[in-house]
Design a binder for this molecule. Structure first.
Ligand code: AMP
Length: 282
């Protein structure tokens, strides 16, 4: 497969996408921060089934990182990413510089509430404003009909659906299931930070979520299940548990067993200096 063309200006992106659209072709966007792994590739495969053309954006968005977070050490490998995207059959890589994305005088931010407030919103207060704003820009820049988001970042998916609905953005959001290693660990670019010993401990997060989901599904004592799971994670070697929570799968508000509404278990915990997140359906 040939390498996809890498485009770095909004003007260049728009002119290619305009040509596709005038020829009657539909466009799917897969937003990423690069350091692509097999999980990202499942999104690209899904995108190819949903539209005639696939644009993959690679942009490590500074506005969604707090000053104390891992922006400077976030893994970057554009050549490796381009080779993987070539094999997967992506049509174009949208890789703007920070200056192209946030031109001089940039002063507009989308601040989502609702699904953005709990969980990650409590631990990373400005994160979803950064995500919402850059995604709105990516949708507008790419003029995509469809955008693919992974359930791996479940709260992000809920927030993006909310923003698209609230702002009447003309893009359809499609969710891709979480892609996992054989031992249950959700694939993530940040897994590259883990030492061999931490990597062996990491699947305990997914097991903890399954333990809580089993109790929640039976209408059992969720708070007790969360306490037990927290204890198990710390005992396994996690340094800190930011949250383990059982939520309504759409609003991320409170979940009632037997309400007929879907539920979701979500968690975030620190393994050494790496923060892992995961979630599963109830
Ligand atoms: P990132 O590059 O980590 O910002 O992720 C880009 C997109 O890929 C997001 O929609 C993520 O939810 C999705 N993604 C990342 N890891 C996985 C995974 N293991 N399974 C499914 N989707 C994923």
């Amino acid at each position: 497969m040939p390498l996809p063309r890498i485009v770095r200006t909004v003007k260049g992106l728009r002119s290619t996408v305009q040509k596709w659209r005038s020829a009657g072709e539909s466009v799917a966007l897969v937003p990423t921060m690069g350091a692509l792994h097999d999980g990202h590739m499942t999104l690209v495969k899904l995108a190819k089934r949903k539209a005639d053309r696939t644009v993959v954006s690679i942009f490590v968005n500074p506005t969604q990182f707090a000053p104390t977070e891992d922006l400077s050490r976030y893994p970057r490998d554009e050549a490796g990413d381009a080779a993987k995207l070539g094999s997967a059959g992506a049509d174009l890589i949208w890789a703007p510089s920070v200056e192209e994305m946030y031109r001089d005088g940039f002063a507009t931010t989308i601040v989502p509430k609702g699904a953005a407030l709990p969980l990650e919103g409590e631990f990373r207060p400005h994160h979803f404003a950064g995500v919402a704003t850059v995604c709105a820009k990516l949708f507008s820049q790419s003029m995509a009909d469809v955008a693919i988001f992974g359930e791996k970042d479940y709260q992000q998916l809920c927030v993006i659906r909310q923003v698209v609905c609230d702002l009447d953005l003309p893009v359809r959001i499609v969710a891709a299931p979480t892609s996992r290693d054989r031992d249950g660990l959700a694939r993530s670019s940040r897994n590259a930070y883990l030492t061999a010993q931490e990597r062996a401990i990491a699947p305990a997060l997914n097991r903890a979520l399954h333990g809580i989901a089993a109790i929640a599904a039976k209408g059992g004592l969720v708070n007790k299940a969360i306490d037990v799971a927290t204890h198990d994670l710390l005992h396994a070697g996690f340094r800190k548990v930011d949250y383990l929570a059982v939520c309504d799968a759409e609003t991320l508000g409170s979940f009632q067993t037997g309400s007929g509404r879907p539920g979701r278990v979500l968690g975030a915990a620190w393994l050494g200096s790496t923060r892992l997140i995961d979630n599963i359906a109830i």
